[in-house]
Design a protein around this ligand. Structure first.
Ligand code: ADP
Ligand code: MG
Length: 332
């Protein structure tokens, strides 16, 4: 339903989007996840026809967003990072204006606006000026604008940014509700958000797609190595020295917490369980272990691994290519 092929965007010499390739199917919630500056907004602006690409193409239901913008845009509702709200309009006036811009037939506007207002729960604020609304309500007005006309695809750029925790929960629930009838694509730099809401995550780092999978599979893929955490009073350098060259250990990271305790995160080699030998080696050195526990790989680890390194782990690049090939074969 959405095909992005070889997408490149340069700002001057700066490569903001670096050959992105992916396919999105209908009826799912997709999340673009990446740190600030990764290229999420640029990609969304291109996908929605707000910005031209340097290279590559975006097809919405088979229509090129630049060559057939009217046909392609008919399928999309977009909430940009900075929603274009007119502060001196009332909510209703603004939505009427937005409906007109979207080309919704005059006789259908009233009903559609009411439906959108009900969906995002702003019916009771429709006669208030936008400038008098809280950030959370303004975001809902932006959302109402995006869903107006009920397009098949709804694209939301950082929909919860700047909202308080209660508003965030409300917006997330709204997004989940939308996904029953629409394909939703949202971006976020917050891992917890995409994990909670999305069926499929595309991790973007420095303009490149570094992973594309379900949250569960992303965790599993890097989860081949188990980890152990331990806490002690010894100095980090001493801990590293003790663990150095111990068989079964892949790597060790240490940090000091606010109470002055040393924490070490040990990554085990595949298939190893070094808990007992770690206990013995610390006992032998007469250093008490205050904590020793096994932890799995979390999506946080995956995200850090993928967005902090320049190189993409092989398993991921292969998987991403495979996924694309499957998507290509079965895309609609
Ligand atoms: P994200 O939404 O993931 O935070 P953006 O797409 O906004 O990332 O930005 C990607 C990169 O492109 C960043 O390095 C940003 O500084 C740069 N960039 C974005 N917009 C412009 C612009 N209009 N002119 C020049 N550089 C830009
Ligand atoms: Mg952005």
């Amino acid at each position: 339903m959405i095909e992005v092929r070889n997408l490149v965007k340069k700002y001057g010499t700066h490569l903001a989007v670096d050959h992105l390739d992916f396919t999105m199917r209908s009826g799912r919630i997709y999340g673009f996840l990446g740190p600030n500056g990764a290229g999420k907004s640029t990609t969304m602006n291109i996908m929605t026809g707000y910005l031209g690409a340097t290279e590559g193409e975006v097809l919405i239901d088979g229509h090129d967003i630049l060559k057939e913008p009217e046909k392609a845009k008919r399928h999309i509702g977009y909430l940009p990072e900075q929603p274009p709200l007119y502060l001196d309009m009332t909510v209703r006036e603004y939505l009427e204006f937005a409906a007109e811009l979207k080309g919704i037939a005059r006789e259908k506007r009233k009903e559609q606006i009411t439906e959108a207002e009900k969906l995002v729960k702003i019916k009771d604020t429709e006669h208030r000026l936008i400038k008098n609304l809280s950030k959370g309500y303004r975001q809902r007005v932006g959302l109402a604008q995006a869903v107006l006309g009920f397009p098949e695809i709804i694209i939301l750029d950082e929909p919860t940014v700047g909202l308080d925790p209660k508003q965030i929960i409300e917006i997330r629930n709204l997004i989940r509700g939308l996904a029953r009838k629409h394909t939703v694509i949202l971006s976020s730099h917050i891992l917890a958000e995409v994990r909670e809401v999305c069926d499929h995550i595309l991790i973007i780092s420095r303009g490149r797609l570094v992973a594309s999978d379900t949250p569960e599979n992303l965790e599993k893929m890097l989860g081949e190595h188990d980890q152990i955490e331990l806490e002690t009073d010894a100095q980090p350098s001493q801990v590293r020295l003790i663990l150095k060259n111990m068989p079964g250990i892949e790597s060790v990271e240490t940090r000091t917490d606010s109470a002055g305790k040393t924490w070490a995160k040990i990554t085990e080699k595949k298939g190893e369980d070094v808990r007992e030998s770690v206990f013995r080696v610390f006992a032998g050195a007469q250093i008490p272990l205050l904590t020793l526990k096994a932890t799995g790989t979390t999506l946080e680890d995956v995200f850090m691994e993928l967005t902090q390194k320049d190189t993409v782990p092989k398993a991921f690049s292969d998987k991403t290519k495979r996924e694309e090939a499957e998507n290509d074969a079965g895309s609609v």
